[in-house]
Design a protein around this ligand. Structure first.
Ligand SMILES: Cc1cc2nc3c(=O)[nH]c(=O)nc-3n(C[C@H](O)[C@H](O)[C@H](O)COP(=O)(O)OP(=O)(O)OC[C@H]3O[C@@H](n4cnc5c(N)ncnc54)[C@H](O)[C@@H]3O)c2cc1C
Length: 375
């Protein structure tokens, strides 16, 4: 079986890696429009793993991803992909009921989540202004993810399993040839054929579907802004990621800097997203109000498109109207932490028709992931 995976971000890398390793040994080619892989959203994330984040099916995919993230294959990566980075969520008096809900929901999934005193919160993140907040929640099991290491491990594994990669190769059209039972795929580098097309095109997921004459899902790419500022503390790398419970800003220690974001969600066309000055200014104002970081200048700014399905769960599996077109899109704000599970599930559904044993203990509600729910 010949499979073409469209998109060389984390979703495409994981799907391609798992497909190439299946016992039916399909012939898999990963095609990427850009000259480099992972140039779009995958290269622009905050690199955090949060168990207590996202819709239930997304959380199940995070759980299914943990074995690869915690113990990646030794032949693919020689260092840890995860390192400790707890998550501290703070709430004002008005946000207190939201924190109660977050605590209840979080503890149901991760019993290590606890409420801590503001004194303890400030001890953990000294620039936090204790007069602004009354309560704090700690998620000690949260981690930093080595995103480049994870992506490279999957690409290395894909190549080792005989997979082919074509960069600077944009898919412009795909026609299903009913008589031959295969796809004719027009790319900027020539024509390819395949039995199955896997759509891992991130913000361009619906664009690729329409180019293959498959009905779009209604994906919404939402721009999120990020920037870095210098830290004047020598020990800030040890501190947690701190965020407010309404998701209106966050700050994450990043080496000798802080990565900051207004946690914005601006609707966007699929594009090479750029940070807008107004969003950076808004984040600086919120963070300076919440902390004593006293941000006056930034080192670098960027933005990426977090792309969501209408119900904010992912879309994984064969299209019901064109089963030779398989979706793996809608990664939203959790595409890195869910990548091993999402790629595995894409492979299982494509080649075996059902989730394999990797999902036995994940409480996976497949109906909330299949594209069928939008048809
Ligand atoms: C600021 C920010 C912070 C984030 N923080 C986190 C976090 O802490 N943890 C987490 O898990 N997630 C986080 N995310 C989300 C995560 O980055 C995404 O969910 C993930 O990277 C999506 O990966 P992807 O492979 O689907 O998309 P992409 O990385 O965008 O890859 C899609 C690829 O498809 C290619 N493509 C498109 N059209 C075509 C075509 N026609 N032909 C060929 N190739 C094509 C594109 O060039 C692109 O390379 C964050 C995102 C942002 C923006």
């Amino acid at each position: 079986m010949k499979i073409v995976v469209v998109g060389g971000g984390i979703a495409g890398a994981s799907a391609a890696y798992h497909l190439a390793g299946h016992s039916r040994s399909p012939d898999v080619t990963l095609v990427e429009a850009e000259a480099q892989l992972a140039r779009h959203t995958t290269g622009r994330s905050a690199a955090q793993l949060i168990l207590n984040y996202g819709e239930a099916p997304v959380r199940a995919l995070t759980v299914a991803s943990l074995p690869f993230l915690i113990t990646p294959p030794e032949d693919l990566v020689d260092h840890r992909l995860l390192s400790p980075r707890s998550l501290l969520t703070v709430a004002t008096e008005a946000q207190s009921p939201t924190l109660d809900r977050a605590l209840a929901e979080g503890r149901a999934m991760d019993p290590s989540i606890t409420e801590i005193t503001m004194e303890e919160a400030v001890r953990r993140f000294p620039p936090l202004r204790p007069d602004r907040f009354i309560r704090a929640m700690l998620e000690p099991e949260s981690s930093d993810i080595d995103v480049a290491g994870l992506h490279q491990a999957m690409i290395r594994g894909f190549r080792a399993r005989g997979g082919a990669i074509a960069v600077s190769t944009r898919v412009d059209a795909a026609r299903w040839r009913a008589g031959r039972g295969d796809w004719e795929i027009e790319t900027t580098k020539g024509v390819l054929s395949a039995d199955v097309v896997v759509d891992c095109a991130g913000a361009w997921g619906d664009v690729v579907a329409e180019r293959a004459e498959v009905a779009p899902i209604g994906l919404a790419p939402l721009r999120r802004t990020a920037f870095t500022v210098a830290s004047r503390w020598t020990d800030s790398q040890q501190w947690p990621l701190v965020a407010d419970v309404d998701h209106s800003w966050y700050v994450k220690p990043d080496g000798s800097q802080f990565l900051c974001s207004p946690a914005d969600e601006q609707p966007s066309e699929p594009c090479d997203a750029k940070a807008e000055e107004i969003d950076v200014a808004l984040a600086i104002d919120r963070i300076n109000n919440a902390t004593s970081l006293e941000i006056r200048s930034v080192s670098s700014t960027w933005a990426g498109l977090r792309t969501f399905a209408p119900d904010r769960s992912m879309i994984i599996g064969p299209d019901p109207d064109r089963p030779q077109f398989v979706w793996c899109v809608g990664q939203g704000g959790t595409g890195i932490q869910t990548a091993p599970g999402a790629g595995r599930l894409t492979c299982d559904l494509l080649l075996d028709g059902e989730p394999g044993s990797a999902f036995d203990h994940c409480d996976l509600d497949l109906r909330r992931l299949l594209p069928d729910r939008f048809r």
